[in-house]
Ligand binder design. Structure first.
Ligand SMILES: Cc1cc2nc3c(=O)[nH]c(=O)nc-3n(C[C@H](O)[C@H](O)[C@H](O)COP(=O)(O)O)c2cc1C
Length: 364
């Protein structure tokens, strides 16, 4: 797209959308200026409210982990417009940033919004808003009948440029049905969030009974999934070298390093802290996506410098869509786009390839 709005105008409009969202999402989400897991810590019993599991430790760690990394500046060089263009899954994007998959928010409150309990509408605004600004949306998964086919439908409107993320359903037919719906909508890739087994309510494998929830996958099964699906497969919820190496063995196109927004393990590590080790272990043959606590173009820069190929942002996109609909998702993407360009100019990075680990200073 042509990025005709400058950062100031984008920030002003984004502030309006945050204000709108604050009226709609309170008290479930306070829409803090920076979404960092502090105000919502320990307030919810449901793991898929806006907060994370238990004390919010995993969510807060993700944000703090990035804050503890600083960037070395070098503003003395010729002037240029940093090039943030990139390609994934056979599609071109203006920036290596995507909306992470967020399924239906399970809340005790009712939101006065056309997007509440209407995931088709929500997904359409998110997918089109991200795409319009040169980014992409990944989508979540939920058991509710009609939920999945409804949300993949709008993928057609952006030529397939979105990634449905399918839960590792114990009932394999449920999994393959979702693959088929995604294929029919033309989705450019498919992801599966294996760490969903940590969302307590999803794992309903009582001894001797049918498991209606999610369950684990073996390397052999992942290989079958990669071979059977005629498009790139990304495995989400990877937080260790051990698991990343298994994904490589299975032939995955990529992994998404993520602690599920702190939703599966109470005090889980910050995703940014495992990116460099995983990159070193798996090399460059497999794409590395990473999310968790990313709130600005500077955070994106840090994840890329640590070794990620592209970076996901979760909760702020929910705020953006509730506050501003499709334009909200577009404006939020543009905010990240301009912030990434700013920090690239401040660090003498002309292209994404110039964003390297030696530009980071670790405080810890
Ligand atoms: C309310 C909520 C719902 C989520 N639903 C899903 C989902 O359906 N599938 C999935 O893979 N991840 C899901 N996630 C995790 C996000 O994809 C992502 O990993 C996380 O939100 C990133 O952290 P951030 O929100 O701090 O940016 C969910 C997270 C939240 C907060």
């Amino acid at each position: 797209m042509e990025h005709t709005m400058n950062l100031n105008d984008v920030l002003l409009r984004y502030a309006d959308y945050q204000m709108n969202a604050r009226k709609i999402l309170n008290p479930s989400c306070r829409v803090c200026k920076i979404c960092n897991g502090v105000a919502c810590a320990g307030r919810f019993t449901n793991s898929l409210e806006f907060g994370g599991k238990g004390n919010n430790g995993g969510f807060i760690n993700a944000v703090r982990g990035l804050a503890d990394i600083q960037i070395e500046l070098d503003p003395i060089h010729e002037d240029y417009i940093p090039d943030t263009r990139c390609s994934f899954f056979g599609h071109d994007f203006d920036l290596p940033v995507f909306a992470s998959p967020i399924a239906k928010i399970l809340t005790d409150y009712t939101f006065d919004s056309p997007f509440f309990n209407n995931n088709g509408k929500y997904a359409a605004a998110l997918i089109k808003g991200c795409w319009q600004a040169g980014g992409m949306a990944w989508l979540g998964d939920n058991k509710e009948p009609g939920y999945f086919p409804g949300q993949v439908e709008p993928i057609r409107e952006v030529g397939g440029a979105a990634v449905p993320t399918i839960k590792p359903w114990a009932d394999r037919e449920e999994f393959w049905k979702r693959v088929e719906w995604s294929r029919q909508a033309g989705a450019m890739a498919i992801a599966t969030d294996l760490d969903a087994i940590g969302l307590g309510y999803q794992y309903s494998g009582a001894v001797g009974s049918k498991n209606e929830g999610v369950c684990t996958r073996t390397v052999a099964e992942l290989k079958e999934i990669v071979e059977r699906i005629d498009r790139p497969v990304v495995i989400k919820g990877i937080m260790s070298v051990k698991a990343a190496v298994k994904c490589k063995e299975a032939g995955a196109y990529g992994i998404l390093i993520s602690n599920h927004g702190g939703n599966v393990v109470e005090n889980s590590a910050a995703p940014c802290d495992v990116v460099a080790g995983i990159r070193k272990a798996v090399g460059h043959g497999m794409k590395i996506f990473a999310d968790g606590g990313v709130r600005s173009g500077e955070d994106v820069f840090k994840m890329l410098a640590l070794g990620a190929d592209a970076v996901g942002i979760g909760r702020p996109y929910v705020v953006a869509v509730y506050g501003g609909g499709q334009d909200g998702a577009s404006i939020y993407t543009q905010k990240i786009y301009w912030e990434l360009q700013n920090i690239m100019r401040l660090t003498d990075c002309r292209t994404l390839k110039d964003i390297t680990a030696d530009k980071l200073i670790r405080r810890r």
